[in-house]
Design a protein around this ligand. Sequence first.
Ligand code: ATP
Ligand code: MG
Length: 736
Amino acid sequence: MSLDWMDVERAREDEGQDPASLLEGLNEPQQRAVEHGEGPLLILAGAGSGKTRVITRRIAWLVATGRARPDEILAITFTNKAAREMRSRVAAMRAAKGMWIATFHATCARILRRDIELLGPWTRDFSIYDTADKNQLLKTLIKEAGWDPKRFRPQVISHMLGEWKASQFDTERQAAPDGLEGEVFATVRDLYEARMRAANALDFDDLLVRTLELFRAQPGVLDQYAHRFRYVLVDEYQDTNHVQYLLTRALAGWHGNLAVCGDPDQSIYAWRGANVANILDFERDFSTPERAVAVVKLEQNYRSTPGILGAAQAVIRHNAGRKEKDLWTEKEDVDPVRIVECGDEEDEANEIAARIHGLRQSGVPLDEIAIFYRVNFMQRALERGLRLSGVPYQIVGGLEFYQRREIKDLVSYLQVLVNPADDVATRRIINVPARGVGDKSVALLEEFARDRRISLAAAIESEEARARVRGVGRKGLTGLARLLEDLGGLRDGPAHVALVQILEETDYFVHLAKGEDAEGSSRAENVEELLAHAERWDAENPEGGVRGFLQEVALVSDVDGWDPDAERVSLLTLHSSKGLEFGAVFLAGCEEELLPHVLALEEGDGGLEEERRLFYVGMTRAKERLCLSWARTRMRFGETSWREPSRFLSELPDELLETDESEAEAREADVLGDFDGAGAGADLSVGDWVEHDHFGLGQIRSLEGSAVNARATVQFREAGQRILLLQYANLKRVGN
Ligand code: ATP
Ligand code: MG
């Protein structure tokens, strides 16, 4: 699979800096955008029209023509992954040194690392709390305030906090809820803010908001950046929120050399505060009497076949109040857009897996195939289907890795080294590996820390505090104090060195091996992976050190852990598919209340239109093949419900479609008994007992189909009745 800007300048590596060569392979409006001189530029265009390609080329062009040194360029992407890709593309054009290519969050983190002390009370060693850390802390505080976290849920308060923070800059965001909820919120919020300051920590919202605050409080700091970054470029501008808009404005306001690109039809983050008006009003907003915004529209789509493009446009046309775009493509159709009706989620998964086998046989590489879904719970059924039929896959969700217990433990150790004030991290490691420090001892220490207004780590280091703890706990704490002191010297060195030392001194692998759960060995593998990652990171960032590594780890987003070139099918949510492209796309669960999602429907037209844009984003990722599936029943929370096909399916033009039934569906209509005992499963007959790798022992109830379609219905002892394709199922006969 390739990212959208992937094929940019492969051939140009040796030519390096020739500006003319940077215009090759671009159409006329694309060239115009790349060659735009000074002043604001808006690239407003539909999916797959080369916006990201233009941004990447423009960066290289600015450097190649000597308009800007690399370190005078700031480019903002939507994910770290996109930033990395863009950086490597730009580097291939020999233009990257000293350039900032990053997400808004990473850009702000970097600015704050340098200057946050001017804002106080934070220091440059601040910790970044991810959503899980934040929710954990909120849960503690809700309890401390005497409320029940089941009634006032941390996730809900977390969202309110974000709104509240943004609301000081954005009047459209909700400052505070009313009533009791509002009271609880205000109490918890104040506790949270105080605790975050004491812990020298920032959450994701803080990164953006504090940077704005810094710019307001210290205009000199803003001036430095505004002068340094003579060119600012922002990809996926339709999904910026108001705070991001203000940041962009602040950074580029002085010179106005701001290029943004985006597609209002792909704005899918309104629920997180994104405001599509930022792009719609850009022209008016950034034009000055001296200089109008240059607007470039791109109309040729280079990604998708006419059938896919036409179908996607037919759907998005159902949104009201949008500007129609004339997108066209020179590509030729390969396959009609397919709609597949399935029996249930399992049938859907098997059907997708079988089709993937088919694609593979016709030469489509696995890294060009992706399966999208609206909601995470759908992932499991899809995974199972792929596993059963032996299709290698990867889940695009790097976040999960860093949420694993063992990874969080080790990262917390690093965190404490760099920022001893970080009580959340200290709490995490205080008894990991077990050193006899129970909840009571922790409570004693916390009380001591509170009384003295010191951090938990400082309490651990205090002999007086430790003396209050009885028994083994005291010894354990003394050991920990010594350990932290020993490790202290490593905070300024490379991350992997510190990690190795932590692993050794804590006997961490022994701790894992002793663990109660059966996951010990996979946990050890994860630790190895973290170590390898740290080593790679240290090599690439010789000056980064533990601090830099932590920053990188704190800002990983969903798509970061994903290897686009691995010989695997990619599984991802619709939201993370933005900006990507694949030869073949399967969009599962095209059902009412799933896509459009039930919660969005409750929000009325706005919600529905955002879901339609999401559907449009999904469709327009496909280059040659697009398969939209739905199931008549689906299991969730242990309950099976009847489903209706998504209204978006009925918005597709009939002439571009091919409607199929899934294999299993088709078979039901089939007369039984056309089983042809050649090939896989030749030795099987009805009534045989068989063993399956995943489902265990079962008995064959019926056999149908022939060759690659030969399949068995098996009644498994534990797993219930399953229909399996014999070619992939690898059933072993164990008796009859
Ligand atoms: P999205 O809206 O999904 O973000 P986009 O507008 O950013 O899409 P790109 O990802 O830049 O579009 O480009 C889509 C595909 O078309 C990529 O594979 C890109 O390499 C290719 N492409 C873009 N412009 C051209 C061109 N002039 N000639 C050939 N291929 C092109
Ligand atoms: Mg793009």
